[in-house]
Design a protein around this ligand. Structure first.
Ligand code: PHB
Length: 390
């Protein structure tokens, strides 16, 4: 078949789906997850799949008369692959909702397909502010780097970190982290003396850290995507930067609950701002953590597992509200404005922006009972994403 014809057929299939013809007799309600299950972001895929499966196991697979089915595809973090898989899921599998999305470029590649096919797309990891503006069918349950970094920018200069170097991964969420941290640090009397960016693929932190050591700032502020934090901490320590009096601060991706036990004593005292800690002191979180550990042979849940767990709740509630009918527009309307208690604390979906509103916590790494935790010591309540275009 010629490419032109294929594209035409695809457009027709999408139009049929959007108008609700296809799959009308099908009792199944399919959620198509596109995740990095292999490659450098594989921990993201593992966490999200496990978080979503736990919700399903706890709440059952029947909602408003529909049988919920999860389909999981591996995009290996490549945007083109993500888009191709999304196309397959929409056209061949006829999914009702797309979910997952590990990194920003993958989410952005697929956003136009959500719009064309009117398929709700629930973002459970990717955290650049602009993602929700890329399609009116996008809802996010994870976080934004602007939301997290602005809180750290406010805190750091009031707590002894005035001259700071920032080090971020060289792509969209890193730019958001760099910008909002700097803006808030500066407003509070601090100064970013150097802004460094490291590549997303195969980063070697050594030359950057050497530069930081020479600059002798009060603190190094770091954003790296989930999975890369342990390497930064290890190399920071290997260079003796802690002993040189440089503090390590960052977004919570750095002190990822999934990796924290591998970092050891070197991570003690690292302060980060974030939306979730597995040590969050609530009855609901304790129940979540215990169930997650039990279901996953001791794998510790991180913020992405919680975003997936909560994302499933948002989908389930929308399906109930629409009495199992579940067209894209109706589901989306029912997702907007949802508010509930998450294992992270209270959260809601902003009806205007479709982005998550949540508490942001300041946390410090501590050792308790032989394990390492991000222990929360301060809270900024109900933080909206400050990174939306005005
Ligand atoms: C992203 O690519 O948007 C992203 C991925 C992992 C994170 C944070 C942001 O931990």
């Amino acid at each position: 078949m010629q490419k032109r014809h294929f594209l035409h057929a695809t457009a027709l299939a999408m139009a049929a789906l959007a108008s609700g013809h296809a799959g009308a007799q099908d009792n199944r309600f399919k959620i198509g997850f596109i995740l990095p299950m292999t490659g450098p972001q594989a921990s993201t895929g593992r966490q999200i799949e496990a978080g979503a499966k736990l919700f399903l196991a706890e709440h059952g697979d029947t909602v408003a008369g529909r049988k919920v089915e999860m389909i999981v595809k591996d995009d290996t973090s490549l945007p083109d692959v993500n888009k191709r898989l999304a196309q397959q899921l929409i056209v061949s599998d006829q999914v009702n909702v797309l979910a997952g999305f590990g990194i920003t470029p993958a989410a952005l590649a697929t956003a136009p397909l959500a719009t064309q096919s009117k398929t709700p797309m629930v973002i459970m990891s990717a955290a650049t502010s602009s993602i929700t503006e890329a399609s009116p069918y996008i809802v996010r349950t994870s976080m934004t780097l602007a939301q997290i970094s602005s809180v750290m920018g406010d805190w750091a200069p009031r707590n002894g970190a005035k001259r700071v170097v920032s080090l971020v991964t060289d792509y969209a969420p890193g730019y958001d982290a760099e910008k909002f941290f700097k803006e808030h640090l500066t407003q509070n009397g601090g100064e970013v003396i150097e802004s460094l960016r490291v590549p997303l693929r195969n980063p070697d932190f050594a030359p950057y850290l050497q530069k930081v050591r020479d600059l002798k700032p009060d603190a190094l502020f770091v954003f790296v995507p989930s999975g890369a934090g342990a390497a930064v901490v290890k190399q920071f320590l290997e260079r003796g930067m802690d002993k040189a009096g440089i503090r390590l601060i960052g977004t919570g991706d750095l002190a990822d609950d999934d990796q924290l036990n591998d970092m050891g004593d070197g991570a003690l005292g690292v302060v980060t701002s974030f939306n979730y800690s597995m040590a969050h002191p609530s009855a609901l979180n304790k129940k979540f953590v215990d169930a997650f550990l039990k279901a996953n042979k001791g794998m510790r849940p991180n913020f992405q597992a919680v975003a997936a767990y909560d994302g499933m709740r948002v989908i389930y509630e929308a399906l109930k509200t629409t009495k199992g009918q579940g067209g894209g527009d109706a589901l989306l309307a029912a997702m907007k404005g949802q508010a509930f208690e998450s294992p992270r604390g209270p959260m809601s979906i902003d009806p205007q922006t479709r982005d998550v509103v949540q508490n942001i916590y300041l946390r410090k790494v501590e050792k308790q009972g032989g394990e390492y935790y991000n222990v929360e010591f301060d809270t900024r309540k109900d933080v909206k994403d400050p990174g939306k275009a005005k």
